[in-house]
Design a binder for this molecule. Structure first.
Ligand SMILES: Cc1ncc(COP(=O)(O)O)c(C=O)c1O
Length: 377
């Protein structure tokens, strides 16, 4: 199939993606299509992306260091990078950390360095695309276990003959909002030998994953911390090894000064203000409970609320109807997920008034689309 035919195929399956362009900062309210919309689709969970202290830190770094890092970290390494790595290591209770210019490149860079041909990876079936691509790039044998299924993981682990085994999982799953059984996986170390890597992208500041038994912590600076970039945290030996072997780290320009300084400030604020997490979880519970009571199929345990629809066309229609009411939510389809859904993500900074306005629109449009046949208008 050539590109034209492939595009036709994508459109025929209602899987064509287009931009929805915002003309403001990505806060709890955004400007979209010439009007104010309530943002329920970002990963800016604590609203730190627009926190004045975070912005001021970025501006100071721009003034002092310029706009870009202009070379890889092995050539141009800033004191700011080192400070951020020290702070991340302290936050993750690890010996050391290494900052990459993206979370995606952190995952592919870590996995393809720590395992290779002849090794094996056990990977949760709903792991993020960057983990999947890291597994492919590594050339190790990849064995996929059923989502969060500890028995399936153990059964597959027991059959592996490879000496070097990596078990890798998201901690909070990005499209399903549930949490991996980290302690149970760690318990398997009593019987089997493996390296355990956890992707904390959606857990930062929300779920404590500083558990003994996790050997490689991967995280992003781009979600709760509102900046850009990713990191690995672990032993001094691991970080020395990655600095010397991880190609997306070695051969890509280092994180920009403004991103680095903003992430540093956001990390500080996130640890100081524990109420951010409480507000986020309260908002998420409020929203999820009400959607469930309306009769929607909603899942997840934390700030990510997947509302499962199944049909691609209906999912995108729902997105459009919500958009017309000033509610910004994104329809998620294959290949990101198997079953089409709206991925709702609440923020600590949403007010009850905003959440109630959104809930009203969900109900009204859910009825219109026949998703709530039992509910009266
Ligand atoms: C679980 C997970 N890991 C890694 C990434 C990649 O992070 P970044 O967007 O910072 O490149 C994402 C991004 O969506 C993610 O959801």
């Amino acid at each position: 199939m050539n590109i034209k035919q492939k595009l036709k195929d994508i459109k025929g399956k209602n899987l064509f993606r287009e931009f929805r362009t915002i003309t403001s900062s990505c806060d709890s309210i955004v400007r979209f299509n010439g009007k104010e919309c309530i943002m329920l689709a970002s990963n800016n969970y604590f609203g730190l992306n627009t926190d004045p202290r975070v912005i001021a830190a970025g501006k100071r770094a721009l003034d002092k260091y310029g706009s870009g890092n202009v070379a890889s970290r092995l050539i141009v390494n800033l004191d700011l990078h080192e400070k951020l790595e020290k702070d991340i290591a302290r936050y993750k209770k690890c010996q050391a950390a290494l900052v990459y210019s993206g979370g995606f490149s952190a995952n592919i860079g870590i996995i393809s360095s720590v395992v290779g041909k002849g090794d094996a990876i056990l990977s949760d079936e709903l792991n993020h695309a960057s983990i999947i691509d890291g597994c492919r790039l590594s050339k190790a044998d990849v064995v996929v276990y059923k989502h969060c299924d500890i028995e399936d993981l153990e059964s597959k682990l027991s059959k592996l003959k490879n000496k070097n085994i990596l078990v890798v999982t998201d901690s909070v799953f990005s499209m399903d909002g549930d949490v991996a059984p980290l302690k149970e996986i760690i318990n398997l170390k009593r019987k089997y030998s493996f390296t355990f890597m956890v992707d904390d992208a959606h857990a930062t500041g929300i779920v404590d994953t500083n558990l003994e038994g996790i050997d490689i912590h991967m995280g992003t600076l781009s979600k709760t911390l509102g900046s850009q970039g990713g990191y690995a945290a672990g032993s001094n030996e691991l970080i020395d090894f990655l600095r010397n072997t991880s190609r997306p780290f070695m051969y890509s320009t280092g994180l920009s000064p403004a991103d680095t300084a903003s992430a540093l400030e956001a990390l500080k604020i996130m640890q100081e203000y524990k109420t951010l997490r409480t507000r986020l979880i309260n908002n998420a519970s409020y929203f999820r409970k009400r959607l469930k009571n309306m009769g929607f199929k909603v899942f997840g345990d934390l700030q990510i609320i997947p509302l499962i629809i199944g049909d691609n066309k209906k999912t995108m229609k729902f997105q459009k109807l919500l958009e017309e009411d000033g509610i910004f939510v994104t329809g998620i389809r294959f290949p990101t997920v198997k079953s089409a859904r709206l991925r709702i993500s609440v923020m600590a900074t949403h007010t009850r008034k905003q959440l109630n306005k959104a809930l009203y629109s969900f109900k009204k449009n859910g009825i219109k689309l026949g998703l709530l046949p039992h509910v009266r208008k």
